[in-house]
Write a protein that binds this ligand. Sequence first.
Ligand SMILES: [Zn+2]
Length: 160
Amino acid sequence: MENPTGPYMLQSGRYKGRYLEDLIFNDPEYVLIMNKYRDETKKENAIQRHLHLLMENIPKTEMVCPICKKRSVKYFLFLNSEDILPTLTCCESAACRESLKLDHPGDYLLPIKFQSMMIFNQKRLRKGCLKLIRKATGLNKKVGPEEVFRIFIGEPLKVV
Ligand SMILES: [Zn+2]
């Protein structure tokens, strides 16, 4: 399956004619349900491939690591049943990751990507995670599907 070259328009269902890249911010719960039924053991069709990349890719981030103040953030701290805080984030460097974890024993780091929303069983926390992704990537409320595609899928990104 080749990698997609632009946003994916849904062909059926409630959101027929809308882009997947629009839905992730406007109705994330719908996309998460679609993602729940994505079967990685089978050969992917176009929408599954697209969904896979959208959820798993690490997006380009703009927010600077609060620890080293050099690189951009790639991880956030998962605090059990508490809030998701933009201050508790760090870049990919081992030193910054260790430093963030030291202050919060028992908690662990999650990559800043859509797939991380799947970890939370409370809607409030999934919303918090999405808010953090929006903040980290610098996307405002009126972002279009092309822009979402460019940041999450369009560029050669590594999957963590
Ligand atoms: Zn850092």
